[in-house]
Design a protein around this ligand. Structure first.
Ligand SMILES: Nc1ncnc2c1ncn2[C@@H]1O[C@H](COP(=O)(O)OP(=O)(O)OP(=O)(O)O)[C@@H](O)[C@H]1O
Length: 249
């Protein structure tokens, strides 16, 4: 589904990605983990050519993106959704308008847009927030809107750049569960960059460990599932004091 062949990328004289070859199968949930600066986000952004490689080839869904012209690339990108740590919603647009924007961009037939936006918002459990603005939403709700926006064009691949790094443990579990639903319900191939080992272990089938811009290893794992976390204030106090006792009533 996604193949990188000898891909390299430099910024000025710094080589962020060095001759990486990687193959991600259809329907996989593939994690990318590594130290800060290892090149995780750059590698992800190479998969939809947000970063253009200096060398090597990137193919998604049977199409070699690095050989396409601008128009063909815009067309190919319809099948590659992306979400980010900081959501990237447009502040002065409503939830509806944020999701509909991706349908406008892809020239989705005007007549079907409202129904499609509603469908996507329903999938992420936010249909009643359709008229709200991003500032009126929690971080988890903002990420759900971003997921709905990424889903709108029926992508075959969803690229996720630190999708839960701004969220508390419980909201993280909820967002991971939405991603897992998308994978199961629609067979969407998911690539998830995270520095949180727990996130990677809970949801991924295969994981690439990146080190200084190179693949250190790729391992198959058995995802351990997403457990909802205890998010109560007394639990936080217990974790901090370690005595299982909170003085708070
Ligand atoms: N647009 C850019 N211009 C210059 N250097 C860049 C650019 N993007 C990334 N880099 C550099 O490339 C290296 C890899 O960055 P990248 O963001 O891919 O790493 P990362 O593993 O995702 O790090 P983190 O976990 O801290 O987000 C870093 O040294 C970074 O400073």
């Amino acid at each position: 589904m996604i193949t990188l062949h000898n891909v390299s990328k430099s910024f000025s004289y710094f080589q962020a990605i060095q001759s990486v070859s990687l193959s991600i199968g259809k329907g996989e949930i593939h994690g990318i983990i590594g130290a800060s600066g290892a090149g995780k986000s750059t590698l992800l952004r190479l998969m939809n050519l947000l970063e253009v490689p200096d060398e090597g080839e990137v193919a998604v869904n049977g199409q070699t993106l690095t050989r396409l012209n601008g128009k063909q690339l815009r067309q190919a990108r319809k099948s590659i959704g992306m979400i980010f740590q900081h959501f990237h919603l447009v502040a002065n647009k409503t939830v509806y308008e944020n999701v509909a924007a991706s349908l406008e961009l892809s020239k989705f037939p005007r007549k079907g847009r409202r129904a499609r936006v509603q469908e996507c918002l329903q999938f992420v459990g936010l249909e009643s927030f359709i008229g709200k603005y991003p500032a009126q939403l929690s971080g988890g709700q903002k990420q759900r809107v971003a997921i709905a926006r990424a889903l709108a064009n029926n992508p075959q691949v969803l690229l996720c750049d630190e999708p839960t790094s701004s969220l508390d443990p419980n909201t993280t579990a909820e967002i991971l569960s939405v991603l897992e639903d998308i994978n199961r319900s629609f067979g969407v191939t998911i690539v998830i960059v995270s520095h949180e080992m727990e996130v990677i272990k809970s949801i991924c089938n295969r994981v690439t460990v990146l080190n200084e811009g190179q693949v250190y290893d790729t391992v198959s794992i058995e995802p351990k599932g997403i457990g909802m976390k205890n998010n109560s204030p007394s639990f936080f106090v217990e974790q901090l004091t370690g005595d299982g006792e909170s003085s708070h009533a």
